[in-house]
Structure formats: structure tokens, C-alpha cells
Design a protein around this ligand. Sequence first.
Ligand code: ASP
Length: 339
Amino acid sequence: MRRRTFLKNGMLGIGALAGLPGARGAFAAPEPAAAGRENRVGEPIIVSTWSHGMAANNAAARILQVSGAGMTAVVRGIMIPEADPKVTSVGRGGYPNIDGVVELDAAVMNGNTLEVGAVAGMQGILHPIAVAEKVMDESPHTLLVGAGAKQFALSKGFTETNLLTDGAKKAWEARRGGLKYKPAGSGADPDNHDTIGSVLMDASGSIFAGCSTSGAAWKLPGRVGDSPIVGHGLYCDSDVGGVVATGLGEEFAKICGSFAVIELMRQGVEPTEAIRQVLERAVKRDGRNKGRLLAMVALRRDGTVGAGSTTPGFQIAVTRGTKHELTDIAPLYPPKKKD
Ligand code: ASP
């Protein structure tokens, strides 16, 4: 496994994140004391998917330093790739559905309270992760979809914006002639599966998770992947750890991928082994999953990080205190070499 160390300390000023809502609202359950969940590692740990997870971790670490608020740190971290038009699988710049419309999914989870908030198939709002947090904190619900999610966001002061960049529009136009509606599970575009997912454990041992994505490129309008579905794309429990997934959402749905990893970890299985077992389950059920991207990263409450991917190319960003590292994850099913 190749190991690379990137940014030491920040590249993003905290000013870039100022002025956004963060207060917990009327529907938020009281924060239980983290007593008995002390972080034995003694320093915050953040793990995120892909190289854009580095910028997310960096921002989250700075928020933690300033306010110590773990959920806010996860949300503000994920907002960085959401706003980056170069990231073609998340937020602005994300590839659209088959009709050329960007539809976003996101979710957050609090591992102390098991509270969740999520939005799915939401159009025209830049930061679905922040809307998901509002759903958790300021609504009696856990998941809002489509027009309802957008209406909720607007009512909370989010503004409508164009999410389709020129680059994403060109990519869609170039593919348009060849695009066909495909059945769920066939993988809309194997080249565009890069959900940002983050798990964070703060100094008190509280664990939080979040993820945000534009989903599978060229998907059917209304298609919802694993990312906004608790237990599929993310799960965390401060008594155990946290996990986030990236890759073909339809396959994670069939095995409740994130929840399955947490439950194996709860029984004492090491994080990397737990992920391997769950991905193997997907492959046993359908051998085609060997060649489809299914990847996960997990953080156990003792600070152990685990990861796994069916296919090559998966990377995880890990932040311990002020040290940031990007690590390549070896595939469980390397492609056969052609002679
Ligand atoms: N899991 C996401 C989805 O299926 C996509 C991804 O992670 O690439 O919507």
C-alpha cells in the first residue's frame, strides 16, 4: 500500500466558512453527556473518502479547534467539496441526471443520540449537507425529498442557485446521444462515483458522520442512492464507531452496507476486516460487484481506522490532530492483468 502525506495544517481559512447556520434547533434532542465514551486516543480523528476528503478534513479540523462542535465540523468540512466546481460527483459541478438536472443527496448522523437528518433528490441548493443538518435539528423528520426538501431549505434561508457548471453540462451533452435509461443496479457511470463521506471522533469520544453526493452520473430523475439512507451510505454510534460508503449505491442498499460494518465492529471484528466481510457479501451475491466500485472507510472508537474497496483507486483522507494523510487503498479484487 502506498502512503502519502499531504498538507500539514490548513490551507483553508476559517473565514471561508463563516456566516452559516450552526445552532441546534427546536427538534434537537438534548446532547447526552459523553461520559464513558472518552477518546482514549486523546485527539480528534477525522476520516473521509477520496482526495477531496483532505480539504473537508482540513476545514473540519479547524472548526473543531475553534468551537469543538463535532457535528458542525463534519458539515462545514463537507461543504468544501460541495462548493468546489471541480469535484464532479458532489454539489456544484456534480454531473446531472439523464435529463441534465443536478439532483443532490446528503445525510448527517449523531453517534451519541442516533439522530439523523437527510435530503434526497434536491435540486438548486448548494449545500445539501447543511440542509440535512437542519432536517435533523429543526424538523420532526429524518428525510425530506425532492421539491419538499428544496422548499424546506428555502424556508430556512438557503438560496436557490444553479448547480450545473459549464463543464458538467458539456460532459452531459457529450454523452447525451448515447445515454439510455438503465435499470437500478447497472451502474450509471462507473467513472463518476465519488461521494464525500466523513466520520469524526472529537476529543470527548463523540462520533459524527455525514455524506453528500450528486449520485450516479446520468441517473434516472428521482433516483436516490445509498448516501442519504442511514445504514446504507453512513452509520455511526459513539459506543462503536462510524462508517461511510462510496460507490454503487444500489449495491450498498441490498446489504445495508454501513450498518452491517458497524454491527460487525460491535461484535469485535476489526474495522478493515468488517469492511472486507461486507464487501465480500456483496460480491458473493453478485460476481459483477468485483468490477464495480464499492468502497468504505470506518473509524472505531479506539481510534483504529479501516478501509476497503472492491476496485483500485480508492483513497482515504485521515486527520489525527493536525496531521493530515491521504492513503491509497489496495483493491480487494485487483483486475486481472492482460498478457
Ligand atoms: N454512493 C453514491 C450513490 O450511489 C455514489 C458514489 O459514492 O459515488 O449515489
